[in-house]
Every structure is written in C-alpha cells, then in structure tokens.
Design a protein around this ligand. Structure first.
Ligand SMILES: N[C@@H](CCC(=O)N[C@@H](CS)C(=O)NCC(=O)O)C(=O)O
Length: 221
C-alpha cells in the first residue's frame, strides 16, 4: 500500500507548486496542507511549536502517525515527487539535462534574479534592478531557456519533466503581476515560452488543479 503524502506550504505557488503539479500529473493522491498566515505568525512568535524540522516551509510528510517521515527542502521534495510521477528521468544523462535546467531556473532566474530583487530595501534601487531584470536579464535568460526546446515543445529530452513545471510556475508568478516593474511582455514576446506555458496549462491534471485551487490567480498569455 502506498504511504499517504502531505505537502505543507502556504497557499501560494512559491517553490512548492511544481511538486503539487507533479503529483497531480502522476495521479498520486496527496493532502494539500495549506499553512495559514496567522498560524505561521503564531508559530514564529513561539506561541505554538514549529512543526517543521528546518523551521521553514515547505515540508512533506510521508506516512502517518509515529512512523511518519518528514522531509524539507523544496528541490528535494520536487525531485522525489518527480520520481513518483515519472517526471524525473532514470537515465543519468537525461536526468543531468533536467537537473541542469532546474538549477538554472531556481538558482539564476529565481534566487539570484527575481527573489533577490525582493530583498532590496531601497525603493529606487529595487526598481532600477527590476528594470534591468525586465528589460535585459530575464529576456536573455528566457531566450537561452527557449533555445533548449526541441520540436516537442518541452525543455529537456523531448518529454515532460519537473523542469517544465518550474518554468510554468515561474511564468505564472511573473504573469500575476505581483512583482512591481516586472511585466509578462518578454514571455509574450517569446513564442516558444508562451506556447510552452499554454501546453503545460492545458495538461488535463494541471487545468483541473488550477480550476480547483487557483481560480483567478493563474494568468493566461
Ligand atoms: N531552502 C528552503 C528554503 C525555504 C524557504 O525559504 N521557505 C520560506 C517560504 S518560500 C519560508 O518558510 N518563509 C517563512 C519563514 O522563514 O518564516 C527550501 O527551498 O525549501
């Protein structure tokens, strides 16, 4: 019997949505345990015990009761969910290609690009950095990413992988317009990326998840 899976995270996409989508696509049942902000605030204030070993979200719980295993770290969780769903190749060379794309998307596009701009305190400096990201850095990065797509329209090895789910989530995040100064123009202008976004959003399990959980949130390009 398969072990019950629970993913605990906030109710937004963040680094966790690709894992949720992978499980949906793999038809692997899981509990989407949404941490509400007031609860997290109380945990951080020490009013409640922190349920996360690392003190952060997301974490995944495999199994239940005394034998349950808790694992943190979004990339590790995604690789595990990807393996369960058949979206992380077994072939070492194919897996290498996926891991390469995953690291570029998570480390360079997200962490060193978009997320870093969120931590700039000075407004003028932040908007200057956002302009550079929007006008130069992100279009160039997305050009490199799209150049890796072959006629299949997927990022790696001609088939769907966790890398595609990260790109899809990144584009959703950008398209939501929550990052002042970052527009979705460079996504719309890149035909391959725009087509990829539609292709992933049209996967029945992704469309079903969005209709159930992300109404009015996930943009269309
Ligand atoms: N290395 C961790 C970082 C996790 C992380 O930064 N989580 C953020 C949300 S995306 C968090 O828990 N923020 C709330 C807090 O630290 O109080 C991972 O990738 O899972």
């Amino acid at each position: 019997m398969t072990q019950p899976l629970t993913i605990t995270y906030f109710g937004f996409l963040g680094p966790t949505e690709p894992s949720r989508l992978a499980l949906c696509i793999g038809k692997i049942p899981f509990i989407d345990d949404v941490m509400e902000f007031p609860t997290w605030k109380a945990i951080k204030a020490g009013e409640k015990p922190n349920p996360s070993y690392w003190g952060q979200l997301p974490y995944m719980t495999i199994g239940e009761g005394d034998s349950a295993v808790q694992v943190g770290q979004s990339d590790a969780i995604l690789r595990y969910c990807g393996k369960l769903a058949g979206l992380q190749p077994e072939d070492p060379m194919e897996a290498l290609k996926v891991d390469e794309m995953v690291q570029f998307l998570n480390q360079d596009v997200r962490d060193r690009g978009l997320a870093r701009s969120m931590s700039i305190k000075d407004d003028e400096e932040k908007m200057a950095q956002r302009k550079k990201l929007n006008d130069e850095l992100l279009p160039a990065q997305f050009e490199k990413i799209s150049s890796r797509m072959d006629s299949s329209g997927f990022l790696c090895n001609g088939k769907l992988s966790i890398a595609d789910l990260i790109l899809y989530t990144t584009c959703s995040w950008i398209g939501m317009g929550t990052l002042d100064g970052i527009t979705a123009d460079f996504i719309k202008a890149n035909e391959k990326i725009a087509a990829h976004y539609k292709k992933i959003g049209d996967i029945p399990e992704v469309a079903e998840w969005n209709a159930k959980k992300r109404v009015g949130k996930v943009p269309a390009f």
